[in-house]
Ligand binder design. Structure first.
Ligand code: ADP
Ligand code: MG
Length: 243
């Protein structure tokens, strides 16, 4: 395989045990640069654990993760240049929007002027230009989630990981933030892996869906292929096209 065709993110035979329980069983997945992949599966199937392993917040029990051709083995989370957004937003409540978005840049000791430019750009990207001096508590749930997105984009991540990014939002907001995230992906082009248990969300947002159950990937494909030709009864049932 030529270097240009090599996958951007390559997960090979990753396993994870917590004590006696094996929560990830031989996960392999290759993701090209610029893709938007959804990990779709029921609660408890290991989605968040896989995301944490990619982010460097959990160590795998076996297997390897490569990003941009480099092994991430032993590379600490903050040195991976991976942006992570959790469902809980995890904004610092005592810090302004600007300071929240700048957090990762301060961690990297970026000069103040450059950081200010980056923060402004990131807030513009999520359509929150002009909100920099607000406190998180003055924003709606959807706006807070967009601040969390801006914070992860400000570092210009090599990979963007979204863990159930919409599940704390009400139904109406969920639809609009869905569109926002997808538009943002198209503008920024960041390779994105999104975890969700919501098949509609996965099927409407991602180019490629990996359906997971009990620590394994059951099927990988476009939303259309998975819907029309589910590999197993479980997959068919889960994506709303039971046999
Ligand atoms: P999902 O995100 O798909 O809901 P998780 O990855 O959070 O699933 O969890 C997968 C399984 O691993 C669950 O059974 C969960 O209870 C277990 N688990 C997750 N984190 C830990 C941990 N730190 N210690 C022990 N068990 C864990
Ligand atoms: Mg989870």
């Amino acid at each position: 395989m030529s270097a240009a065709a090599a996958p951007h993110l390559k997960i090979e035979q990753v396993t994870k045990r917590f004590g006696e329980t094996e929560v990830l069983k031989d996960i392999s997945l290759s993701i090209p640069k610029g893709a938007f992949v959804a990990l779709l599966g029921p609660s408890g199937c290991g989605k968040s654990t896989l995301l944490k392993i990619i982010a460097g917040l959990e160590a795998p029990s076996g297997g390897s993760v490569h990003l941009g051709g480099q092994s991430l083995d032993g590379v600490p989370a903050y040195k991976r240049d991976i942006g992570v957004v959790f469902q809980s937003y995890a904004l610092f409540p005592h810090m302004t929007v600007n300071d929240n978005v700048r957090f990762g840049l301060d961690m990297r000791a970026m000069p103040k002027a450059e950081a200010a430019t980056r923060v402004g750009e990131a807030l513009e990207l999520v359509k929150l230009g002009g909100y920099g001096e607000r406190m998180p508590s003055e924003l709606s749930g959807g706006q807070q989630q967009r601040v969390a997105l801006a914070r992860s984009l400000a570092i210009r991540p090599r990979l963007l990981l979204l863990d159930e990014p919409l599940s704390n939002l009400d139904a109406v907001l969920r639809k609009s933030v869905r569109v926002d995230i997808r538009e943002l992906h198209e503008r920024v082009g960041a390779t994105t892996v999104m975890v969700t248990h919501d098949q509609e969300e996965a099927m409407s947002m991602a180019d490629t869906v990996a359906v997971m159950a009990e620590g394994r990937i059951l099927q990988l494909g476009t939303p259309e292929a998975i819907y029309e030709r589910p590999a197993t009864r479980f997959v068919g049932g889960f994506v709303g096209n039971p046999p």
